[in-house]
Write a protein that binds this ligand. Structure first.
Ligand code: HEC
Length: 132
């Protein structure tokens, strides 16, 4: 009996964690959206600030990747991994002052958004977005 209660509690707490992650998801995407704009401007201005904002994008995609890994949604997990890698490349090149390469990596990063949104994002009636 004790074992069963323990098991139940474990299942509930895992469920709770997942719920929490889902609640955090829009925040990660907002971080990504905001820092994509900042990164684009900084690359155009050849500013090393692009490294800082791109690192925030990479960090947020790391969380998105973990989220989809836990949920075992393989295409989204792959897309998040690609995005994370591209964002890390942008940060690395910007840090090194190689803005042409940063710009190419930024284009690859931007190329990851649409496919995942089409497959996994849904627009609610009130205009907000949700997971699907
Ligand atoms: C691995 C899948 C995936 C990738 C890759 C992805 N997104 Fe998203 N995004 C989602 C999902 C699912 C939602 C809907 C849930 C939400 O709003 O958080 C979303 C929502 C958003 C939102 C709306 C946030 C809100 O709720 O107001 C923005 C902004 C956004 N994404 C920006 C981006 C940008 C920019 C990129 C590319 C650099 C990107 N996303 C790449 C899955 C992804």
């Amino acid at each position: 009996m004790k074992l069963k209660v323990g098991l139940l509690l474990a299942v509930l707490s895992v469920g709770g964690l997942l719920g929490q992650d889902e609640a955090q998801f829009p925040g990660w995407m907002k971080t990504i959206g905001g820092n994509m704009g900042a990164t684009k401007k900084a690359i155009e201005a050849k500013s090393v600030d692009a490294a800082t904002s791109a690192a925030k994008v990479a960090d947020a995609f790391d969380k998105v990747h973990g989220f989809y890994k836990t949920k075992a949604v393989s295409d989204a997990e792959q897309a998040a991994a690609t995005a994370k890698g591209a964002a890390a490349d942008v940060a690395r090149f910007a840090q090194a002052g190689e803005f042409d390469k940063a710009s190419t990596a930024f284009a690859a990063l931007g190329g990851t958004c649409k496919g995942c949104h089409e497959a996994h994002r849904e627009k609610a009636a009130d205009g907000s977005y949700k997971l699907k």
